[in-house]
Design a protein around this ligand. Structure first.
Ligand code: ARG
Length: 489
């Protein structure tokens, strides 16, 4: 049998990981930066125009940064994470059409409010819903974590919670839900873009928007309030708001009557060609591959290590403490969902440090995958005949070298299909990266969706790309398996 040098492989893995890590951790510390977080699915306050986040909030903070000589960085994340990002110091300010509420005031400080808004009800034309009362017992869509969500939950019943307003409206348009409760301005934008919907004249609640700033940063709060006041007095605020009024209905999807062929062509053009939107998919794809690749390497390294420790303990009784630690690691990692782990690593473990998000994701998925890989490899080790170890030892090899050059290579071959499966799972699991504002493939599709208000094609395209990658990966693994089998002879 061909001898594999496990040490070399392991070293190679570690070295390549180290290179990738240093490449990821490039973010430089700079005092002059202002980090704003938002959820850019909320026109006219924040939305994408090409690859740039624009809108009333974005432009206002841009102006505030300019007037105070700060370099603005805007990050896009799930709405239910923006306040947490400010609270944990991941960002300086959240500007995201955020309604001032007493509960939120306990977590963060609000600037002076700069706009009034209402929660309104969107229904399909011809619907029998005509006000708050008739909402009872109906299926209502909201954006998760918004005041619309809170209102419906408290006063009407459990809503259907969507990642963004556009998805809720798309569900309404296709008849999956009966109404959507949303802020008035974005509701108008959505209705203008979707035929067959309208807004009811009575609103559910009146609110005010303000920006959120971390508690105990009075100097920053003061700066924002002062600049906001200046901008109000000198008319800048009104000018910014006016700029985004009446900008609606730019991209109506082609009417159904024009036939499926031309609808598809039009939809394709809008979703992928216009404004170079395909780049979201390409860039997202590269991020997904980068994270998956590095996480697989990290997972393999951790998995090998843990598996060897655990089986050594099983067979020789050595490394008791390490074995307990490994056991703990396996229990915790396998007992909690990866998206929760990702959020904990980002918001809790790396709360105070400014590291690249790609690195955070690699660590989260690498640590997660390591636990599964460990058990896969351990089962492979256990499946190798006991006699192999005895044979190695009686040839004068130490326990370690028998493990490395006799047991592990055979174990690895045994578990290759299971490992391949784990990598496939990992690749797809990285799709939750959007939770920490990483623009991976899934998020790329989401961004297109938020720009074109089309749920169909972007989702199909994203699914197809994952599918193609997984098929290629399976093919590659199959080849490797055949290759290893040949070496056996
Ligand atoms: N005003 C609502 C709230 O504060 C909704 C805000 C949603 N904002 C967004 N960018 N998606 O809960």
């Amino acid at each position: 049998m061909k001898e594999y040098n496990c040490k070399k492989i392991l070293l190679l893995l570690l070295a390549s990981m180290l290179c990738l890590f240093t490449a990821c951790g490039e973010k430089a510390e700079n005092r002059q930066k202002l980090i704003m977080v938002t959820n850019a699915t909320f026109p006219p306050y924040e939305f994408y125009q090409g690859s740039k986040i624009v809108g009333i909030d974005a432009d206002m903070v841009r102006e505030i940064a300019r007037r105070n000589n700060l370099e603005l960085i805007i990050e896009d994340m799930a709405f239910d994470s923006v306040i947490a990002a400010v609270q944990t110091g991941k960002a300086d300010v959240a500007a995201s059409g955020i309604t001032v509420t007493e509960d939120r005031k306990k977590q963060i400080d609000f600037t002076t409010s700069y706009v009034k808004a209402d929660q309104v009800i969107i229904v399909r034309d011809g619907s029998d819903i005509n006000g708050a009362e008739s909402l009872k017992g109906r299926r209502i869509g909201v954006q998760h974590g918004t005041t619309g969500d809170t209102y419906v939950t408290a006063n009407i019943g459990e809503p259907d919670r969507f990642q963004d307003g556009a998805l809720a409206v798309a569900s309404l348009a296709t008849g999956k839900i009966d109404a959507v409760v949303l802020d008035s301005a974005p509701a108008q934008e959505h209705v203008a873009r979707n035929a067959g919907l309208h807004i009811l004249p009575t609103s559910l609640a009146s609110e005010e928007y303000a920006m959120a700033i971390r508690k105990n940063r009075p100097e920053l709060l003061l700066m924002f309030n002062k600049t906001l006041m200046d901008m109000q007095l000198d008319g800048t605020m009104a000018a910014i708001t006016a700029k985004y009024q009446g900008e609606k209905t730019k991209e109506h999807t082609a009417t159904q009557s024009s036939g499926i062929g031309s609808w598809l062509a039009h939809s394709f053009e809008i979703n992928f060609v216009k404004d170079g939107r395909w780049k979201y998919l390409l860039n997202g794809f590269l991020v997904t591959i980068e994270i998956s690749f590095c996480a697989v390497l990290m997972g393999l390294a951790i998995g090998f290590l843990v598996a060897v420790i655990r089986s050594t303990h099983d067979q020789t009784g050595r490394h008791t403490v390490l074995n307990i630690l490994c056991h703990l690691y396996l229990t915790v990692v396998r007992g909690t969902p990866v998206v929760v782990q990702l959020l904990i690593i980002y918001f809790v473990i790396f709360a105070a440090v400014d590291v690249s998000k790609v690195l955070v994701a690699i660590v989260a998925f690498g640590v997660n995958s390591g636990a599964y890989v460990a058990e896969i490899i351990r089962s492979g080790i256990m499946a190798v005949d006991h006699g192999q170890m005895e044979a190695g030892r009686s040839l004068g090899l130490s326990y370690g070298s028998t493990m490395r050059s006799v047991i592990l290579p055979q174990a690895f071959k045994n578990v290759l299909p299971a490992l391949g499966n784990e990598f496939i799972v990992l690749l797809k699991e990285t799709s939750v990266c959007g939770y920490i504002a990483l623009q991976d493939l899934t998020k790329g599709g989401d961004i297109i969706r938020s720009q074109t208000y089309d749920a169909f094609l972007p989702l199909i395209a994203v699914a197809l790309i994952y599918l193609i990658v997984v098929v290629c990966l399976s093919q590659l693994l199959k080849k490797l398996e055949i290759h290893l089998k040949k070496n056996e002879r």
